[in-house]
Design a protein around this ligand. Sequence first.
Ligand code: NAD
Length: 513
Amino acid sequence: AENFRIHEALKQLGLAQINDGTSTGSKNFGSGETISSYSPVDGALIGKVTTTSKADFENVMEAATSAFKDWRLMPAPQRGEIVRQFGEKLRELKEPLGKLVSYEMGKSYQEGLGEVQEMIDICDFAVGLSRQLHGLTMHSERPGHRMYEQYHPLGVVGIISAFNFPVAVWAWNTALAWVCGDVCVWKPSEKTPMCGVACQNIIVQVLKENHLPEGISCLINGDYKVGEMMTSDNRIPLVSATGSIRMGKIVAQAVAARLGKSLLELGGNNAIIVTPDADIKMTVIGAVFGAVGTAGQRCTSTRRLIVHESIYNQVKDAIVSAYEQLKIGNPLDETNHVGPLIDSDAVKMYEAALKEAKNEGGKILVEGGVLSGDGYESSCYVKPAIVEANNSFKIVQEETFAPILYVLKYSGDVENAIAQQNGVVQGLSSAIMTNNLREAEHFLSSSGSDCGIANVNIGTSGAEIGGAFGGEKETGGGRESGSDAWKIYMRRQTNTINYTTELPLAQGIKFDL
Ligand code: NAD
């Protein structure tokens, strides 16, 4: 019955057994080899997607650059109307798309739906934004002069996304980029190619219904080699890349070598600080969801819990006993809390990390392990583990994309906890659980958390689209989504207009002829 429902969803999303992985809008093609997408849920083949060859990529770039010439001339609120229609289509297809996300990536159905909801939310945000792409006006130092700034579309935006948010990350970028007047070329993760084709099918319908030029939304598919076609291409002024720090360092250098712009959303190593004034019940819920939700495969997953020594045992016991309640299994079954990891490589990394944590002296509080047998045929299901560790362990310093929670102790003042929290190379999400105003404000101050996201009495995991999303240090410094994150998708121009018959120079410089 479950499979039937999946097939129904695939049909509603216009997916076939073999899908063209390259699309310029109305034209679909793909002459490269095919990638097979297997579900981590049950190991079944979902479908195949053709990859993008060099020649395919040239076609895409031609379609995109030519579409840009028209799209940039359409008034921004009219572009917003197209994004509004896209949001409407997403509302109609929320269930099948949410189901595909769950089935291809392995997150729970609820989270799959949540991801589509984020796409809808960013569309709504972008529609409003399409009337608010404001620049400032300034007072000129010269008489009879007016000075202002305006934001113009940038061009072709390249989007490279990770497997763990196979649809939302694209929408965060593309909905804003479109209202800004850009056209987009998207390379989804090679681990979730069907999600990419499904999204492209949806937007193509909207573009066709509005008789818009093809190339406003393009899709390419394949691994890093296809990604490199974008990072090295001068016709792409901005590359937005989401994924590992390892990938970000390569992409950043390739784009910088041609003085392009990159927007990087890379790995996190997120911690919750638990002070003596914390609400323990809230802490347990926040920490457990943060650590095991999406099987620990969120960039904002809680990886470290930094607990004050005075409440250490109490918190530790509460978390350990919460872990005993966790049900692991098919994420489409809503009674399960934890689904599978993305693939067997991820399982190997999880096992290696646990082994290393033990080797470095970590004490296992909740034993991990790979599950087998009924319901676990895909071999991707693992038990969430908790390790008592030290922040200086090499493995604690790394982001392992799996449900492993490291519990660390601090003593004395909250400053000591903040030092541990900041004592890693990543800087994405952070949280403090406290009812103490002084501790909370210290944590949020300039000498507090060094992350792009800092929460009080909320876990590290998940974020609303209204705020700018991203992190510091090796997380890459990029910001996406709300606030003024749209500015990176546009080029700023300063304009000075002289409405007199004189030509005074700036800084009072005299130049008489
Ligand atoms: P990954 O780095 O393996 O792959 C991400 C994407 O980059 C894929 O599409 C891949 O094909 C592409 N890629 C890899 N090497 C490339 C290269 N040299 N040139 C061009 N493209 C290249 O990451 P993943 O395993 O898919 O995702 C997990 C990682 O993503 C985690 O580190 C996670 O924290 C991070 N992530 C970060 C955010 C954020 O917003 N900060 C959001 C989601 C995921």
